[in-house]
Design a binder for this molecule. Structure first.
Ligand SMILES: *[C@@H]1O[C@H](CO)[C@@H](O)[C@H](O)[C@H]1NC(C)=O
Ligand SMILES: *[C@@H]1O[C@H](CO)[C@@H](O)[C@H](O)[C@H]1NC(C)=O
Length: 361
């Protein structure tokens, strides 16, 4: 007779190879490293953008000294996506008639075969690479957008990151004036400029920066204990919404960064705590220029009842003028300008209230 322990260990031994065979199919991929060629491509792009920007800023300064009029400042709108731009018709109406005040740049995951919606989006796709949730590839994509827009047009002054699930809550005019008039509400005239280590500067970046979230320690140790040191001590680690509006000098700061990127690009060991794009930008900017940031986002995301790290997704039945008014409202002095996340069936009801509600402000 065999003893039970013997049978048991024999069975266990037999099942081992089976486990190796099946594990990759059962378990989610542990991490998606960024390949060396991709990393080198990005580095070359960031270097070019940084170099061109240092040239163009001195060129613009020289031109304005001569009294030649500069073109008006633009907003660079980024669409970071891995599916079709379902709200393109709504954005089309948003942009209409403001051609000299904006530029559009789309980063679409090449494996998703995203169709061009035409119109204002025609020809605005940038050289993109694969993006994955819970990996640093979303940081890379955002940096690629920043570098491309810096290189493309010296008039790009604000850089607004959006996704395919974002919609506008106001007219273009309102958005443009909100950004360029951005100043602390309680001060007058000179107040929209302030002193930072960049000298006297005019605009601040709209980026959420939070330091008291309950999940922060788990997020900090997602790559292993002590891994982020010495570049990022826990006291400096921040979290914030992925959707930001950065100033040109902060866009430049982000693409020049090598130090923090070395840490944030490392793959996570704990995938359930891995949201690198929600940490890299707030941490870097709060370490480098906290006074140059508003610490809040202009994109309203509803985290009430979030599932699996996804925020509440609005459905067509929820779309109404009241929803737009509710989403605009923040208890501070500013109004939200954009909102997410909306499902595709919201397009028609949103288009119906575009002129009467969304663009009426
Ligand atoms: C946020 O989502 C919850 C459901 O998860 C919903 O009840 C609530 O009305 C939403 N908030 C707004 C402002 O729409
Ligand atoms: C509203 O104000 C309170 C107190 O100032 C603040 O803690 C909270 O985060 C604010 N909520 C929003 C949605 O901005």
């Amino acid at each position: 007779m065999f003893s039970t322990p013997f049978v048991l260990s024999f069975a266990l031994l037999l099942s081992l190879p089976l486990l190796f065979l099946l594990a990759p199919r059962i378990l989610p991929p542990r991490h998606v490293p960024i390949s060396l060629p991709d990393e080198l491509d990005d580095l070359a792009l960031f270097r070019r953008a940084a170099l061109a920007s240092s040239h163009s800023s001195s060129a613009t300064a020289a031109v304005s000294r001569l009294g030649t009029t500069n073109p008006p400042p633009k907003i660079a709108f980024f669409f970071l996506t891995n599916s079709d731009l379902t709200f393109a018709p709504l954005w089309e109406r948003f942009f209409k008639g403001n051609e000299h005040l904006y530029k559009i740049y789309i980063h679409a995951d090449p494996s998703a075969k995203v169709k061009s919606p035409g119109g204002v989006f025609e020809g605005r796709f940038i050289t993109a690479k694969k993006t994955h949730r819970a990996s640093a590839t979303l940081i890379s994509a955002a940096r690629r957008l920043l570098a491309t827009a810096l290189l493309d047009d010296p008039s790009n002054t604000f850089f607004a990151l959006l996704s395919q699930h974002c919609v506008p809550l106001h007219s273009f005019r309102f958005v443009y004036h909100s950004l360029f008039a951005s100043s602390p509400a309680d001060s007058s005239d000179e107040s929209d400029s302030y002193w930072s280590r960049f000298g006297r500067v005019k605009y601040r970046s709209f980026i959420e920066i939070l330091d008291k979230e309950p999940t922060l320690w788990d997020r900090y140790t997602a790559r292993g204990k002590g891994v982020m040191m010495p570049e990022v001590p826990f006291e400096d680690f921040r979290v914030g919404s992925q959707f930001f509006v950065l100033t040109r000098r902060h866009a430049l700061l982000v693409i020049k960064d090598r130090r923090l990127w070395r840490k944030f690009r490392l793959p996570c060991l704990k995938l359930e705590s891995c949201y690198p794009e929600e940490h890299y930008f707030p941490t870097l900017l709060s370490m480098e220029d906290p006074k140059g940031c508003t610490h809040y986002s202009l994109t309203n995301v509803n985290w009430t009842g979030s599932i699996n790290g996804h925020p509440h997704t609005y459905r067509s039945a929820e779309v109404s003028p009241e929803l737009v008014y509710r989403l605009r409202f923040s208890n501070s002095t500013y109004s939200y300008l954009f909102a997410r996340k909306f499902s595709a069936d919201c397009l028609q009801p949103l288009l119906e209230i575009t002129d009467s509600v969304i663009f009426r402000d």
